[in-house]
Every structure is written in structure tokens, then in C-alpha cells.
Design a protein around this ligand. Structure first.
Ligand code: NDP
Ligand code: OXD
Length: 313
């Protein structure tokens, strides 16, 4: 069996990890000579056009991340199961990010950072506690649910929004178009963890921000987007920050990545930026996850976390 590693990033650390966890298999990379007829699995992120063609023995594609929009837009995507990353290492990283930024906004850390630079001593006399703040998680899947549980431990009042109706004990979950307005109306901090699909592209826009709660203890609604950059309309975010429709934003993902040098988001005083690393796919843990799936698949068991192509995630 051959595993092809087809990446836009430096494949070296990945090849090393795959060779460690699959020592009895051939691990090959694009650009090196290899026998295409022996490739049964591909581990990939943002494959270049043509790189997944002519693989007659292909049995499955593994996305090296949780999101698969990079594959859904690939022309001539082979007709084999696509498996995405859904494992604890990545999930825990995302929850750390979400909890950290919710707490940062709860405690108004932006203001204290400014005060520190200006050497101003201005304690809050009656700051809210987590229980006063309503967090709404858009995308109540693997990542959304883990973050929700951890936010709840901190005391936040957490609800979720998903495409289909579901019951998750301890949480009020809104769903679909019908549930969106009510979900937004009870949300002070909106956490976006939805996949990018034709239905969700550009969803984080002015018309949605206007429906968020404007009567909350934070003094205005806050956006945290760690889903995908093309979910958000950046000109709307900037305009809404400036006219008070939004109080602050934490953005890990952007319409164009890396974020262009001339983007006003870099220097906006109420925007916190991270370079699409809310939850990176750590090579060791991800290679182990994929190797386990390959071994189970070869033993006749079903692959897990298969993408539904019709839904696009
Ligand atoms: P899941 O597939 O487990 O969950 C996706 C959730 O989004 C589900 O609850 C789904 O609803 C909901 N959803 C999808 N489409 C819609 C829609 N049109 N309307 C309402 N809800 C919708 O994905 P994960 O939780 O594992 O990952 C979520 C996303 O996070 C990834 O797609 C990726 O883009 C992003 N991500 C970002 C990272 C980063 O570092 N910034 C790292 C990892 C992931 P339903 O439950 O009904 O299916
Ligand atoms: C992912 C990501 O989808 O890192 O896993 O963005």
C-alpha cells in the first residue's frame, strides 16, 4: 500500500510522521517519482489541480484538517470517501481558543491593554461575570459542542445553532433559517464554527450582526470567527465596529489569507487577530489518527468522519 502526501505546505514533517506510524508502507510525495497505480490513500490539504488524477487504486482521501472546503472546490475530485480530521488534539485546541477569547471579551481585556500602554489605573467597579453573558455557537458539531461544554464550566450561558435540529443535553439548540433570528437575539458573543459551504458563504454580514442582542452586559455584541474567512464580509465587520453594531471581534480566519498588509483589520483597536491557527492539525496526532483509520479500513471496518459531499462538510 502506498500513501501519497499531497500538500501545499512543506510535506517533510508529515512524511516523517507517516513513516513513523506506518513503517511497513510506502509514503510518497508529489514531485518525486512513484508508482501511481499503487496509491491507495492520499493525505492532502489544498491539492494542486491534477495532483489527485490517475490513481486507479485510490480507496480514500484524508483531509489534513477538519474543514474540507479546500477539497470541495477541487475540479475532478476522485469519487472515493473523504475523511476529515475529527479528533481530540484538534478539538481541544479549538476549545482553548474559544474559551480564551470569550474570557478576554468578558473581562474587557482590550481596554486594560490600552490602559496599560497609557499607564492609566481604571478598575471596573461592577464587571459582568460569565453567567451574565450569552454565548451563541454557530455550528454545533464536533468543535462547537466541545467548546460549548467548556464555556459552560466557566459559567457562560451557552446556546447553539445548527443546520438540522438536534438534542444535546444541557443546551438550547436552534436550527436552520427558522431558528436563526431567535438564536441571534439571545447572543452577546457569537462564535462561528460553521463550515464554508454555498449556504454559509458571506453569512457573517451586517444583516446578521444587526440581529444580535444589543441589550447585553458587554455593551454590544462581539464576534469570534474561527470557522472560515469566506463566511465573513470584512467591510461589514469594519463598518459595524465603527457604528457600534459590533463592539469587538476576534478573527482567526480571513477572506484572503495571509491577511493582506493593507487590511484595516490589522490595526483596528477592537479587533484581535490570529493567523488561522485557532486549532492547527498537529502532525504527530493527525498522522496517528489517519494511520488508525487506514488499519481499520484494511481490516474491513468502516472509515469514520466521512464527509457528505452533497452537504459540503
Ligand atoms: P462539524 O461538521 O462537526 O460541525 C459543523 C456544524 O455546522 C454542524 O453543527 C452543522 O449542522 C453546522 N452547519 C453546517 N452548515 C450549516 C448551515 N447551513 N446552517 C447552520 N448550521 C450549519 O465540523 P467541525 O465542528 O469539526 O468543524 C467546523 C469548522 O471549523 C470546519 O469546517 C472548519 O471550517 C473550521 N475549523 C477551523 C480551524 C481553525 O484553525 N480556524 C480548525 C478546524 C476547523 P448539523 O449538525 O445540522 O450538520
Ligand atoms: C482545519 C483548519 O479545517 O485548520 O482543520 O482550518
Amino acid at each position: 500500500m502506498t500513501l501519497l502526501v499531497a500538500l501545499t505546505w512543506d510535506p517533510k514533517p508529515w512524511v516523517e510522521r507517516f513513516r513513523k506510524v506506518l513503517p511497513d508502507r510506502d509514503i510518497v510525495v508529489l514531485g518525486e517519482g512513484f508508482d501511481k497505480s499503487r496509491v491507495e490513500y492520499v493525505a492532502t490539504w489544498g491539492p494542486k489541480p491534477g495532483s489527485l488524477s490517475g490513481l486507479p487504486s485510490l480507496r480514500a482521501l484524508f483531509s489534513l484538517g477538519a474543514g474540507v472546503d479546500h477539497l470541495m472546490s477541487y475540479p475532478d475530485l476522485p469519487d472515493v470517501p473523504i475523511v476529515r480530521v475529527a479528533q481530540d488534539d484538534l478539538t481541544h485546541r479549538m476549545s482553548e481558543y474559544v474559551v480564551m477569547h470569550c474570557l478576554m471579551h468578558l473581562r474587557d481585556q482590550h481596554r486594560f491593554d490600552e490602559d496599560q500602554r497609557a499607564k492609566r489605573w481604571q478598575p471596573d467597579r461592577a464587571p459582568p461575570i460569565a453567567g451574565d453573558v450569552r454565548v451563541g455557537i454557530m455550528g454545533f458539531g464536533v468543535l462547537g459542542q466541545d467548546a460549548a461544554r467548556k464555556l459552560k464550566v466557566m459559567g457562560f450561558d451557552v446556546a447553539g445553532w445548527s443546520r438540522t435540529a438536534k438534542n444535546v443535553e444541557g443546551f438550547e439548540i436552534y436550527s436552520g433559517e427558522d431558528g436563526l433570528s431567535a438564536f441571534l437575539a439571545r447572543t452577546d458573543i457569537l462564535v462561528s464554527l460553521i463550515p464554508l459551504t454555498p449556504d454559509t458563504s458571506g453569512i457573517l454580514s451586517r444583516s446578521l450582526f444587526q440581529k444580535l442582542a444589543h441589550d447585553g452586559r458587554l455593551g454590544g455584541p462581539v464576534l469570534i470567527n474561527a470557522g472560515r474567512g469566506k463566511l465573513q464580509v470584512e467591510t461589514d465587520i469594519l463598518a459595524c465596529l465603527d457604528d457600534g453594531t459590533l463592539k469587538a471581534a476576534t478573527l482567526d480566519v480571513f477572506e484572503v489569507e495571509p491577511l493582506p498588509q493593507d487590511s484595516p483589520l490589522w490595526t483596528h483597536p477592537r479587533v484581535t487577530i490570529s493567523p488561522h491557527n485557532a486549532a492547527t492539525s498537529e502532525p504527530e496526532a493527525t498522522a496517528r489518527y489517519i494511520a488508525d483509520q487506514i488499519r481499520r479500513h484494511e481490516a474491513g471496518e468502516a472509515l469514520e468522519n466521512i464527509v457528505d459531499r452533497a452537504r459540503g462538510y
